[in-house]
Ligand binder design. Structure first.
Ligand code: SF4
Ligand code: SF4
Length: 367
């Protein structure tokens, strides 16, 4: 992949090229003490100099004198809420003089360019594409948003203490699924296109030929990000979780877990939902709405008068064994992309890597 160099002072030209091509530009900004993806009025809104400190149960931003915009790893969310919305209006029904009339809620989408996505975000997007688009009945709401997406990925230059995407094979480099790929260096950006539409934008940038020193700096920071990571048991080991359904560790974690569902909400691959019907007081109009749900909610396992997972230990077990083991039968890979969000956003600091290691201790020790 050929890479050109864009000096930092000319970085705003990328924003201008995207706007000229008709994209709304969405990128990371600092909001309410976290890095969140929002519409950008310009690249000056990017989190210049901001870094995050994360550990189990902790996420804290700090402003540094650094000149980089992407020297952080993950905020609480990236693409998920933009494509699979937390609240999706599905259809309405209205009682008319001609009878009951049903209407699908039309989904509007505008071309959007997302800047700052990481390898783990793109791996999660691929899983969601598989789930929402590749089945017998593609989800039209997801599909409408997805078709309009332009992606500018950034290779990670550091890893947070909670990251383990090397173990899952999803980072710290972004290797597929982007239109443009950036490596951020101190003085500017290495830029490469990953699609025809990406190439159209790249052609408009005042790129210089990348120097060997710049290419080597990018390689070194990727290597540093790799070595900074912790290790998750591999997929073959994780499959053995289903043989551990009576392990005492499930009760141990249940004594700490609040069943709040934070881990599933921040997880870029979780896609559980529920539907609600709303009607007006006269019974003339009704609406069906899809909302995010969590397997940590007691009601999520309610079927015909019975809650199948009344205990928190059963719900945590359901989450972990599905995410890491049985997911592999559904999607031919684990449902975890190693982003570490569920660890830092768990209010009591439950760490799924530690839980998986504890559950598989004998397996891991034996291998
Ligand atoms: S399970 Fe946790 S670490 Fe894995 S993808 Fe979901 S949030 Fe990220
Ligand atoms: S593991 Fe943590 S984030 Fe997930 S439900 Fe339990 S307390 Fe909440």
């Amino acid at each position: 992949m050929d890479k050109g160099f864009l000096p930092r002072q000319q970085f705003p030209e990328l924003y201008q090229a995207l706007r000229k091509a008709g994209y709304e530009v969405i990128g990371p900004t600092v909001k309410d003490g976290a890095i969140v993806f929002s519409p950008l009025a310009g690249f000056e809104q990017l989190p210049l100099g901001w870094q995050e400190q994360v550990s189990p149960g902790r996420y804290q931003l700090e402003q540094t004198a650094g000149q980089r915009c992407f020297y952080w790893n993950t905020g609480p969310q990236a693409l998920k809420p933009w494509l699979f919305k937390p609240e999706q209006h599905l259809w309405q029904a209205e009682q008319t003089t001609e009878g009951l009339c049903f209407r699908q809620t039309p989904e509007q989408a505008q071309p959007r360019a997302f800047i700052g996505l990481r390898g783990c975000d793109l791996a999660a997007l691929k899983i969601h594409d598989q789930h929402f688009l590749n089945g017998l009945f593609p989800d039209p709401y997801y599909q409408t948003q997805r078709q309009q997406l332009f992606i500018i990925a950034v290779n990670c230059a550091r890893s947070a203490s909670t990251c383990f995407c090397v173990s899952t094979g999803d980072g710290p480099a972004a290797t597929f699924g982007f239109d443009i790929l950036l490596d951020e260096l101190e003085t500017g950006f290495l830029v490469a296109s990953g699609s025809d539409q990406g190439e159209v934008i790249v052609q408009q940038l005042p790129l210089a030929k990348a120097k060997t020193k710049q290419l080597s700096e990018a390689k070194q920071q990727l290597q540093a990000a790799t070595y900074q990571q912790r290790t998750m048991p591999d997929e073959q080991q994780l499959l053995k979780l289903v043989n551990r359904l009576d392990h005492p560790q499930w009760q141990d974690v249940a004594e700490r877990c609040l069943a709040c569902g934070n881990c599933t909400l921040v997880c870029p691959t979780c896609f559980c939902s529920k539907q609600e019907s709303h009607s007006d007081v006269k019974g003339q109009q009704a609406e069906q709405v899809r909302l995010w749900d969590s397997c940590f909610s007691e009601q999520h396992s309610y079927i015909v008068g019975k809650v199948f997972r009344p205990e928190i230990s059963q719900r945590y077990r359901q989450w972990l064994t599905h995410k890491l083991a049985t997911w592999q039968q559904q999607f031919e890979r684990s449902g975890c992309v190693g982003c570490g969000r569920c660890i830092s956003w768990c209010p009591v600091g439950i760490d799924l890597v530690e839980e998986a290691q504890a559950l598989l201790k004998d397996e891991v020790d034996d291998d």
